[in-house]
Design a protein around this ligand. Structure first.
Ligand code: ADP
Ligand code: MG
Length: 698
């Protein structure tokens, strides 16, 4: 028997039961059951006397005897009730199912240990469907103190697979296969990282001999799990670096130098310089760059993108920026044009609303190589868009693009263009390691000098009038104001009504001609949107009423107030993005979070976090804790959600150690071909076979 055998090899598991274990819990092979770990443990050293019981619905165990059993009719069906007695008192045991079997198997007046959750009703304690062991058996079995509890489904429990039964399966399994359990890590490796051996780890994770051994078993299994994920990611990266060739941008040329020396509007921050060096090192190396650039809103990613593009152009290549929305693409186009205004450089914009004639011109100049920089939306991915020699593709706000789209872009060349993915939604570093562990990551962790922190307050709807008053004061100083409404797909109609109602009330409060208001939302035509945006950008309007279409990238340095309506309905990263729209100029900026009185505790945490910090990474950490990794972009493909025992959020220290261990191992033996790494190599290739599906995410 090996661990690939079906569950029916275990005593007590019939075909039917194996089928339901497979359907309900995804357990198919013995290996699966062996790695189906308890989700908690119960300390069964403590016994209670019936008179000591207190009404706190906890799990308890009591020693006593069943006096009698009777069936009690109820509205639907009946219940079986036993009187259970110890030397101090009497309680009840209750069954709603399986009466026949219970009646036949329970021995009256014989000592039992009962275990289960306590109920208190009409002055009597009771236990529903208790776990029962004859004291005699219990003693013989030499129970360990910590008992495993496995998560299960109602269906399984109702068909007789109680926790006790499940425990029995695992016990049988361990007895049968214990000697066949193979070590997956080498002895040296385990010694270096102080890891329990695999057999002991599996034994103690299911049936801990002591709390200390349980902790060691958990550590070992978590470490192992995270280690192999990191090993896969890092090897993939290594292979990409060695095998996939990239274009070489050998020299720093005229365009770069001219811009850098004569047209750079400010000094780069140290973080920007560092990131630029990292990029330059990549593109000069023959390897293919696949880099994620994380930088908080306003940290100055655009200039890094531009300088990277100039590097490509200096080496005879073209460059492109792809943005998720038309507004953002246009913003990039304007920003880049402005930066390059004193240089002779061809830059074009291609979006869904580019006119046919213009479109054709772009196609032609792109193919003959005259056009150097193309900025656009998804429209860049159309088949007609053919670069002569695309050297670098910069993708802004990566989470909006699917994997397929990225690879599509890449197919157009003989070599893949270097890829720089920019994101302003930082994900915590540790999660990034797991999700993007095979990418290189650069971080701009410093804001340009002179930025004032945006003062953030939380106000209730009832304070709206004072918020209006504040807006007027700021507008009187010459500032501009955003008022943003949520737009959630499920309640779109309602949301538009809110937006329009809000727009009306603001129009009443801020009447023309003293005040001018722009409004932008997703249902408007691109032209109209752009027109309204431009009025605001030019300072013709003082207030911009909008839905989250302004979420990404809009740059109006004179805007100093961000009012977010129904702020409790926004996610943390969205709030952070929105707040990033202000605080871009020299003036003190403000963010007002308006909400109703009724707030869930999660919403309270979100708003409070916004008030307390403006550090995007801290906010990302809180977001991760609130929502779990499943809701963070990129995690779905990465396998971190299928972790059996480790937790990417809670087990950060172990993750870091496991990653370093993987790095060290690969430095020493990049092919895992040394004899001492045979066990690791074997496990690695088995895993690689099974997880092949997500091995190509980038
Ligand atoms: P983001 O990272 O959000 O894309 P941007 O690139 O739009 O940020 O930069 C935000 C603002 O900061 C822009 O107005 C830009 O000109 C300015 N900026 C960028 N880098 C610097 C710097 N090193 N010094 C001063 N201002 C800078
Ligand atoms: Mg940006």
């Amino acid at each position: 028997m090996n661990l690939n055998s079906p569950l029916t090899y275990i005593k007590g598991i019939s075909n039917a039961r194996a089928a339901s274990l497979s359907a309900e819990l995804g357990l198919h092979r013995l290996h699966d059951l062996l790695h189906y770990f308890p989700f908690r443990y119960i300390d069964r050293t403590k016994f209670y006397k019936i008179t000591e019981l207190i009404d706190n619905s906890s799990d308890v165990q009591v020693i006593g005897k069943v006096l009698d059993l009777k069936t009690v009719k109820q509205k639907r069906g009946s219940r079986l009730v036993a009187r259970f007695q110890d030397e101090t008192g009497i309680m009840e045991l209750v069954w709603f199912k399986g009466h026949k079997w219970i009646k036949e198997s329970i021995k009256i007046n014989t000592p039992y240990i009962i275990y289960g959750k306590l109920n208190f009703f009409n002055g009597t304690f009771s236990m529903v469907h208790p776990e029962m062991d004859l004291v005699e058996d219990y003693k013989r079995k030499k129970q360990t103190k910590l008992q495993p509890v496995y998560s299960s489904t109602e269906k399984l429990i109702n068909t007789g697979v109680s926790n006790k039964v499940f425990k029995g399966y695992v016990q049988n399994l361990l007895m049968q296969v214990f000697e066949n359990i193979q070590e997956t890590l080498s002895d040296d490796f385990r010694k270096t990282y102080q890891l329990l051996d695999k057999k002991q780890a599996l034994l103690n994770i299911h049936f801990p001999n002591s709390p200390e051994l349980l902790a060691k078993a958990q550590y070992r299994l978590k470490f192992e799990e995270l280690f192999f994920i990191q090993l896969q990611l890092l090897r993939k990266k290594l292979i990409r670096k060695n095998k996939i060739k990239g274009y070489v941008f050998e020299h720093v040329g005229n365009h770069f130098n001219e811009f850098y020396n004569n047209h750079l509007p400010f000094d780069l921050t140290n973080a920007q310089k560092r990131v630029l060096k990292e990029i330059r090192k990549d593109v000069a190396s023959h390897a293919h760059m696949n880099r994620l650039l994380q930088g908080d809103v306003g940290s100055g990613k655009t200039i890094v993108a531009l300088l990277s593009m100039l590097l490509a152009i200096d080496n005879g290549f073209q460059a492109t920026i792809m943005a998720p929305t038309e507004i953002l693409a246009t913003q990039h186009y304007n920003a880049i044009n402005e930066l390059l205004k004193d240089m002779n450089m061809s830059v074009e914009l291609l979006t869904g609303s580019t006119k046919t004639k213009k479109r054709k011109e772009i196609h032609t100049s792109l193919e003959n190589g005259e056009l150097k920089i193309l900025i656009g939306t998804h429209a860049l991915l159309e088949d007609k868009v053919q670069f002569q020699n695309l050297g670098i593709a910069i993708i802004d706000e990566q989470h909006r693009f699917g994997v397929a789209q990225r690879s599509k872009m890449w197919k157009k060349n003989d070599l893949p263009p270097h890829i720089l993915v920019m994101t302003a939604t930082p994900i915590p570093r540790t999660l990034a390691m797991s999700v993007y562990g095979d990418l290189d990551i650069s971080v701009i962790d410093e804001l340009p000098p002179g930025r004032k922190e945006v003062k953030t307050v939380h106000r209730y709807d009832s304070n709206r009038l004072s918020v209006f008053k504040f807006m007027k004061q700021e507008i009187a100083k010459g500032r501009q104001v955003y008022v943003v409404y949520p737009l959630i797909q499920e309640s779109e109609a309602m949301d538009y009504k809110d937006l329009m109602d809000g727009y009306e009330s603001i129009s009443r409060e801020f009447p023309t001609p003293s005040y001018q208001i722009s409004i932008v939302h997703g249902k408007m035509k691109a032209d109209d949107k752009e027109f309204e945006m431009q009025r605001f950008v030019k300072g013709e309007t003082q207030i911009m009423v909008a839905t989250t279409v302004i979420e990404v990238g809009v740059n109006v340095p004179n805007a100093s107030v961000m009012v977010i309506e129904s702020a409790e309905r926004f996610g943390l990263s969205q709030l952070h993005q929105l707040r990033g729209r202000v605080g871009r100029g020299a003036d003190q900026s403000y963010c007002v979070l308006l909400s109703s009185f009724k707030l869930s505790s999660e919403a309270k945490t979100r708003l409070q976090t916004m008030v307390e910090t403006s550090d995007g990474f801290k906010i990302a950490e809180v977001d991760l804790k609130l929502r779990g990794p499943g809701n963070i972009m990129g995690t779905q493909q990465s396998g971190v959600l299928n972790l059996k025992i480790a937790d990417v959020v809670k087990d950060t220290p172990i993750l870091t150690k496991a990653r370093n261990a993987a790095i060290e191992l690969l430095q020493d033996d990049s092919n895992l071909s040394k004899p001492e790494n045979a066990a690791i190599q074997r496990t690695y290739s088995e895993l690689a076979k099974r997880t092949g599906a997500w091995s190509n995410i980038s």
